[in-house]
Design a protein around this ligand. Structure first.
Ligand code: NAD
Ligand code: TYD
Length: 336
């Protein structure tokens, strides 16, 4: 089976590539990535020489890049991880989000159709559903009510996939997953940022009252869910994937501090994010009951493994927290 993974130099894409090459002997993967600030070939360290893996630099918004990759060899499926992914960045400049997550998704749909690729997997997010009140969970029929440019652009991509299924018979499936954590996550997102700052005894910025709820899933469980949907999902359908571990951000931060044996005095409450979604929680019963997927990791074990990974990889952490990241951090957090 030959797969094209877009965005494979990012957090989840790189974990997916590692997961698939380890799980199956007959899988070949081409990683197609534009290498934005979030794309890092160090995330694939150790597998560059693997014969079943190749990297090609390319942009999903560029039809010429896509045509070149599809002309070079046939694929059994395309998995679209390529995206601009950070909500806070989308609040400062929505342009790249619309370009990659909306226009890029359409360019990929067009290329997949014209090159007759048998299946497209659109990797999406629970954030397209917007925010929950105190009760209930997102199901696949929850209306799309995105509340920030990131989630709006992901919803746009999902709607374009849906339209291509309806109008042109595209064979596509959409996954909508909750918040991931694990190795190789860029330290702009909550968990790696808190781990990296705490290791350096730096302030830990918690937005607003810290009582916003996210539903956390270990990245490897998400990868297994995507594999399951790619192989067994019904064309045109949506599958939610979640860890069923929904807790307030403050609890996550305190857990990390406890595991690192660092003081809670590092916690610093900062001005809230505009339009901040209050609660996410996923109902994964469809993928569990229809496709037989289940998360295989507990939060407690996975967060310990994640902390151990960041501790064991100081060079990766130092590298990702240099250059553009320094200016980013200053702009987003100074005086907040
Ligand atoms: P990431 O930001 O770590 O990586 C994104 C990757 O996409 C990078 O390697 C980047 O270089 C690449 N990329 C960006 N624009 C591109 C373009 N125009 N062409 C080609 N490559 C491009 O993101 P992630 O956290 O790994 O997320 C991957 C996917 O999973 C995204 O679609 C995201 O919406 C979705 N998702 C993420 C989470 C999460 O918690 N991180 C949860 C649910 C869904
Ligand atoms: P994040 O990792 O950015 O994911 P998302 O916004 O896509 O859910 O943020 C997770 C939660 O943590 C979210 O409620 C915002 C909050 N947060 C902080 O409190 N401080 C931070 O420095 C960051 C990055 C996020």
């Amino acid at each position: 089976m030959k797969l094209l993974v877009t965005g494979g130099a990012g957090f989840i894409g790189s974990n997916f590539i590692r997961f698939m090459l380890k799980r199956y002997d007959d899988v070949e993967i081409v990683n197609f990535d534009a290498l934005t600030y979030a794309g890092n070939l160090e995330n694939l360290a150790g597998i560059e020489d693997e014969k079943r893996y190749a990297f090609v630099r390319g942009d999903i918004t560029a039809r010429a890049d896509l045509d070149a990759i599809f002309d070079a060899s046939p694929f059994d499926a395309v998995l679209n991880f390529a995206a601009e992914t950070h909500v806070d960045r989308s609040l400062v400049d929505a342009g790249p989000f619309v370009s990659t997550n909306v226009a890029g998704t359409q360019a990929l749909i067009d290329a997949v159709q014209q090159h007759a690729v048998p299946r497209l997997v659109q990797v999406s997010t629970d954030e397209v559903y917007g925010t929950l009140g105190p009760d209930g969970r997102f199901t696949e029929t929850t209306p799309l009510q995105p509340n920030n440019p990131y989630s709006a652009s992901k919803a746009g991509g999902d709607c374009l996939v849906r339209a291509a299924v309806r109008c042109h018979g595209l064979d596509a499936v959409i996954t909508r997953c909750s918040n991931n954590f694990g190795p190789y996550q860029f330290p702009e997102k909550l968990i790696p940022l808190i781990i990296a700052n705490a290791l350096e005894d730096k302030d830990l910025p918690v937005y607003g009252d810290g009582m916003q709820i996210r539903d956390w899933i270990y990245v490897e469980d998400h990868c297994a869910g995507i594999d399951c949907v790619m192989r067994n999902g019904i064309a045109g359908e949506v599958y939610n994937i979640g860890g069923s571990y929904d807790v307030p951000n403050l609890e996550i931060v305190k857990t990390i501090l406890r595991l690192l044996d660092k003081p809670e005095s590092l916690i610093t409450f900062v001005t809230d994010r505009p339009g901040h979604d209050r609660r996410y929680a996923i109902d994964s019963s469809r993928i569990e009951q229809e496709l037989g997927w289940q998360p295989a990791h507990t939060f407690d074990a996975a967060i310990q493994d994640t902390i151990d990974w960041y501790r064991a990889n100081p060079d990766w952490v130092a590298h990702t927290r240099s250059g553009e990241y320094v200016a980013y951090y200053e702009k987003m957090y100074a005086g907040r």
